[in-house]
Design a binder for this molecule. Structure first.
Ligand SMILES: Cc1cc2nc3c(=O)[nH]c(=O)nc-3n(C[C@H](O)[C@H](O)[C@H](O)COP(=O)(O)OP(=O)(O)OC[C@H]3O[C@@H](n4cnc5c(N)ncnc54)[C@H](O)[C@@H]3O)c2cc1C
Length: 326
């Protein structure tokens, strides 16, 4: 392992400053469940780790009348067991409950979960210089691709691994980012990069920018929200396909809908076309069939992962029915 230094900043500006020009390669460290594995696997070679855990204030969940602010260092377990999150954002609790394992959820943070790198075995193996590591090839295109993307996979086929991102997007979350120019807040929906934007990273952060909090607005939540997913194992595994549905309903009709698919593309995928059908056609069995059929339009399965198309349709229908029930 290459030697690296560790910075222990006491503030967010201090963390940004510690990622300054003095070092070639800086990485922010949160729970370390992903980053430390990457360092040991020789896929990341930082000169300095900026340990965010030494900064006070990033571990708080602040509840107000308008919503909730979640510090980037709040662990997945803390988030899923928070009373107000359980009451008002239940699909998030559902998604976290399946993610990783209890031990990883006790250490992994929500900021790290959004910023974690892909789990493609070619990316994670130091002998495969794939596109993400500056190489020339996406080995998954012709290789072992059963867990890979079925949408948006022409350049890089690694699916986005985060279970929280699709649900937070479905709830209209915003993310606060601090960098050398100060702070900015953007919709989480705009946080992720497709391989067409830049194949070497999965989000818009520059190397000196740090995520500090996630904000959820009460106006965007509803008791008619649900997350459903399929995975091979109940623990210590990743989702094969996820569907999040967040509906504002008036009787049987859908006034507003948000639909986000996950683990099937290099980013979480908001499906405005499906949202439109939900609002226009409702949630009767005819509409559900129409939505399921439409959900896989444009998919490009690889040799070993066509089964994911069945999962997309099934998880989506299941999530809609669960959301309607409330
Ligand atoms: C066996 C296994 C199964 C898993 N299954 C799932 C699953 O089903 N669903 C799921 O969502 N995840 C899953 N994970 C991933 C796990 O949830 C993540 O490793 C964890 O959430 C990352 O959080 P962390 O705080 O440990 O991040 P770290 O490892 O500390 O950091 C991860 C990355 O994010 C960057 N980073 C961290 N925090 C910030 C910040 N605030 N601002 C900017 N950059 C930052 C780091 O530099 C690093 O690149 C699994 C992991 C394992 C090992």
């Amino acid at each position: 392992m290459r030697r690296f230094q560790v910075a222990m900043p006491k503030s967010v500006p201090g963390a940004v400053a510690a990622s300054g020009d003095d070092f070639d390669e800086t990485k922010f460290l949160a729970g370390g469940t992903d980053l430390l594995a990457e360092i040991k696997d020789h896929t990341q070679f930082p000169d300095v780790l900026v340990n965010l855990k030494s900064i006070p204030g990033l571990k708080e969940i602040k509840v107000s009348d308008s919503g909730v602010e979640i510090g980037a260092l709040v662990t997945l377990s803390e988030l899923a067991s928070h009373k107000e999150i359980k009451r008002s954002w239940p699909a998030l609790v559902e998604a976290i409950g399946h993610a990783a394992s209890p031990q990883i959820r006790n250490v992994g943070t929500v900021g790290g979960n959004l910023c974690q790198r892909v789990r493609c075995w070619y990316y994670r193996h130091d002998e495969y210089p794939c596109l993400k590591k500056g190489g020339q090839i996406c080995y998954a295109q012709q290789g072992e691709n059963e867990y890979h993307s079925v949408f948006g996979n022409r350049i890089c086929a690694a699916p986005h691994p985060s279970s929280t991102a699709p649900v937070l997007i479905a709830y209209g979350a915003q993310v606060e980012i601090h960098g050398p120019e100060g702070a900015r807040t953007i919709d989480l929906e705009d946080f992720f990069h497709s391989p067409e934007d830049d194949v070497t990273q999965e989000n818009i952060l520059t190397s000196k920018e740090v995520v500090t909090k996630i904000t959820l607005d009460r106006a965007n939540t509803s008791k008619h929200s649900a997350y459903c997913e399929a995975r091979e194992r109940d623990a210590f595994d990743w989702s094969l396909c996820g569907a999040t549905v967040n509906l504002q309903m008036d009787g049987d009709s859908v006034k507003r809908a948000r639909v986000v698919l996950s683990a099937i593309a290099p980013t979480p995928v908001r499906r405005k076309d499906l949202e439109k059908v939900l609002v226009e056609s409702g949630v009767g069995s005819g509409a559900l069939e129409k939505i399921a059929k439409l959900s896989i339009r444009g998919a490009r399965p690889l040799e070993q992962n066509e089964y994911k198309l069945t999962l997309v349709k099934a998880m989506l229908k299941r999530a809609i029915l669960k959301a309607v029930k409330g």
